[in-house]
Design a protein around this ligand. Structure first.
Ligand code: BT5
Length: 275
């Protein structure tokens, strides 16, 4: 099959053909247009909520990232998908680390498929040449201490030719970086295999294997970063990743600050605020 054919429509037959996973993607909903694959996966009824279920679409009308921010993607160019996850144990600590396992797996799969060099950026972005090529979003439904289900949404810029500079100056795609179109189905299959492997590794053993591998895929430690939390901006040196997935930031005054949620910009920025 040529690349132009295989980077055409996503079909269940094409995705299932030769797929080497046990559970991820074995049940799949392949949609044309949907509000958001995460939303679709979240609202599947109990009967259809099988661990590893894949929901993918050619286009989303309200794809979103964290804090309701938009995820923009033109029709049929990229990968937009969600995986429904039903952890066997109610381990909220492990569940909160799934995005790290997922980012690592996605980076490994993209590298294997394209030979491009991919970097992880805290918390869950993938960058190529410092530009964002993939974002992910984990949404959870927790009842008391019971994890009912988790939905992991992933958007990868695959064959998008350009990004509006005024809207997404920091974005890139695999096509732009590679200079050639990428087989979307081959990449999706590879991602499913890698995601299943890293998910199982995280859930069945010590989290350090995954976290240490994630740390090896980032260059941000030891460099200046600017962190935007909900109410403030901090600049410091990214020091390490804590066991709970927080970012440890060494501030100018020498103190160590723990960032649990926020956005990171690489590099030193002039807006310097102490906490
Ligand atoms: C993310 O959020 O990066 C998570 C994106 C997850 C998208 C997938 S697609 C399938 C599934 N269904 C959904 O509805 N969502 C998931 P965040 O870190 O909040 O980043 C969002 C920001 O990234 C936006 O505010 C834009 O600045 C930027 N952005 C939007 N579209 C982008 C794109 N295609 N490439 C790079 N950056 C983009």
């Amino acid at each position: 099959m040529s690349i132009s054919e295989s980077s055409g429509k996503l079909t269940s037959e094409a995705i299932a053909s030769g797929l080497q996973t046990q559970r991820f993607g074995r049940t799949a909903f392949i949609l044309d247009t949907i509000s958001s694959t995460n939303e679709y996966a979240r609202t599947l009824d109990e009967e259809r909520s099988i661990h590893g279920t894949l929901v993918t679409a050619e286009v989303q009308t309200s794809g979103h990232g964290r804090l309701g921010r938009p995820w923009d993607s033109p029709k049929s160019k990229n990968l937009l998908f969600s995986l429904l996850l039903k952890p066997e144990q109610d381990d909220i600590h492990k569940a909160s680390l799934i995005p790290f396992a997922a980012a690592l797996a996605a980076a490994e799969a993209i590298e294997a498929e394209t030979s491009l060099s991919v970097e992880c950026k805290w918390p869950n972005d993938l960058l190529i040449e410092k530009k964002k090529v993939c974002g992910m979003l984990l949404e959870s439904s927790i009842i008391g201490t019971r994890i009912e289900k988790l939905v992991l949404g992933i958007g990868v810029n695959v064959n998008q030719e350009e990004f509006p500079v005024e809207i997404l100056p920091q974005a890139t795609s695999l096509l732009i970086e590679k200079g050639a179109p990428i087989d979307r189905i081959g990449l999706l299959q590879r991602m499913l295999v890698a995601l299943e492997k890293r998910y199982d590794q995280l859930m069945s053993g010590p989290a350090t294997h995954v976290l240490d591998a994630w740390k090896r895929k980032t260059t941000m430690f030891g460099t200046h970063v600017t962190v935007r939390e909900s109410h403030r901006i901090l600049t410091g040196v990214a020091e390490s990743l804590a066991d709970d997935g927080s970012l440890q930031l060494r501030l100018e005054d020498g103190s160590l600050y723990t960032v649990r949620a926020g956005d990171v910009t690489l590099g030193y920025q002039q807006t310097f605020l102490h906490h």
